[in-house]
Design a binder for this molecule. Structure first.
Ligand SMILES: N[C@@H](CCC(=O)N[C@@H](CS)C(=O)NCC(=O)O)C(=O)O
Length: 157
């Protein structure tokens, strides 16, 4: 039997978060390696990361990169892709990708542009994306809008 998938990422939610969610939804146990600069540089040096980026997931004898490719593989392997459901899953995944695009550029912005971008992230997350996820999860409140990621971590970017 294949071992548990091993997830390689920095110690944060970021791009790995949707992979966490999917593995939990599929009932798959996994291991994680939280990369510090030294370990990340070793992966780069060893040529393990196809595009020099993480997330990387070691699963079924492969070292997979690219979040959406990883999500598709896991969803397919655990029969979480139906027909109509496949499109629904892809819509939510692509939505998350669009939100992540706005978040990802944040790290590279000059300090004076960060405040404006942070306001955009908060606005997009709380009015466009999180309500959609809350709705499909059947939640009535604003659990994600009040999430500490927005109140704490993101504010400190
Ligand atoms: N398209 C990639 C993007 C991954 C990505 O941007 N990873 C960042 C960390 S969140 C990274 O490794 N950045 C280092 C770099 O691009 O040199 C995916 O969806 O997995």
């Amino acid at each position: 039997m294949a071992g548990k998938p091993k997830l390689y990422y920095f110690n944060g939610r970021g791009q790995m978060e949707s992979i966490h969610w999917l593995l939990v939804a599929a009932g798959v146990e996994f291991e994680e390696e939280f990369l510090e600069t030294r370990e990340y540089e070793k992966l780069l040096k060893d040529g393990v990361l196809l595009f020099q980026q993480v997330p990387m997931v070691e699963i079924d004898g492969m070292k997979m990169v690219q979040t959406r490719a990883i999500l598709s593989y896991i969803a397919g392997k655990h029969n979480l892709y139906g027909r109509r459901e496949q499109c629904t899953v892809d819509m939510y995944v692509e939505g998350t990708g669009d939100l992540m695009d706005v978040i990802r550029v944040h790290y590279k912005l000059p300090p004076k542009e960060k405040e404006k971008n942070l306001a955009l992230i908060n606005e997009r997350a709380t009015t466009r994306y999180f309500p959609v996820y809350e709705k499909i999860c059947g939640s009535e409140g604003t659990i994600y809008s009040q999430h500490t990621m927005l109140k704490g971590k993101l504010m400190n970017l």
